[in-house]
Design a protein around this ligand. Structure first.
Ligand code: NDP
Ligand code: 8X3
Length: 250
């Protein structure tokens, strides 16, 4: 299969690329860091096609995708929309508008742009699978998630609406919605290089690993073609719900 994965230079994307490469698929992997992409190319070999671009740049994305060999471009079997980020954990009144813009441009605009480029080929082939990486942050509010959570709520609803549009077509869409996962750069990015703060998030927590997410992706890809998992929400056992908050004497 031809599998396009956005954001393979670390975290989930890297684990997914490595897992799927074992099955001899052709992996087209994207990211902004050319050095990381070359390292992956060295490790995975000829079945890995690196594409270096910023997914929040719609023009750069279009030209990178269109640079693919036509036989591959028109026959992407699986698109995994994984690239994304959270920036900051401040309350909305203290947040930086530039962080909000970058999250929206990456998690929302980047994701819909690449989907818009690939989906027509899938419908023309009457075959394909789109796996979006959403988040529990798109399902449950928490302090400081403001725009990040909203982008992931968008990803969830976009996934479901795609399925609605794909009525009568053999094109599947699954939104994977993980909770707390360690072993990625997610919190290092969120806390803008404050690695000590990032590491504290995972201290003494038996979190989900990127390889767990890769195994779930592998499972979804290998389901019989008549099955569509709409949403797959997953949390570590160590994480659970905290209910609503009431403030006394407000
Ligand atoms: P990482 O920071 O480890 O990986 C993020 C990946 O996205 C990197 O490969 C990065 O590549 C890429 N990326 C980010 N911005 C851009 C951009 N503008 N253009 C191109 N690529 C970009 O994080 P995770 O692996 O943890 O996160 C992957 C996805 O999973 C994200 O969508 C995240 O929101 C989601 N998620 C993460 C959870 C967690 O707890 N870790 C839980 C739930 C969801 P590069 O820097 O080279 O551009
Ligand atoms: C990442 C999980 O809980 O940090 O989407 O928002 S969380």
């Amino acid at each position: 299969m031809n599998i396009l994965i956005t954001g393979v230079t670390s975290g989930f994307g890297l684990a997914i690329a490595k897992r799927l490469a074992k099955d001899n698929h052709t992996i087209i992997g994207t990211g902004r860091r050319a050095d990381k992409l070359s390292e992956i190319k060295n490790e995975l070999g000829e079945n890995f096609i690196p594409l270096c671009f910023d997914i929040s740049d719609l023009t750069a994305t279009k030209s990178a995708i269109e640079s693919l060999d036509n036989g591959i471009l028109t026959n992407i079997d699986v698109l995994i929309n994984n690239a994304g980020l959270a920036l900051g954990l401040e309350s909305a009144d203290k947040a930086d508008i530039n962080d909000w813009e970058q999250m929206i441009n990456t998690n929302v605009l980047g994701l819909v742009n690449i989907t818009n480029l690939i989906l027509p080929y899938m419908t023309a082939n009457n075959s394909g699978l789109i796996i979006n990486i959403g988040s529990t942050a798109g399902n449950y509010p928490y302090f400081g998630a403001n725009v990040y959570g909203a982008t992931k709520a968008f990803v969830k609803q976009f996934s479901l609406n795609l399925r609605a549009d794909l009525i009568g077509k053999r094109v599947r869409v699954t939104n994977i919605e993980p909770g707390l996962c360690g072993g990625t750069e997610f919190s290092n990015v969120r806390f803008k290089g404050d690695d000590e703060k990032a590491n504290k998030t995972y201290e003494k927590v038996d979190y989900i690993r990127p390889t767990d997410i890769a195994d779930m992706v592998h499972y979804v890809i290998n389901l019989p073609p008549h099955i569509n998992i709409n949403r797959l929400e997953v949390m570590p056992v160590a994480q659970t719900f905290n209910g609503l908050t009431v403030v006394k004497d407000l």
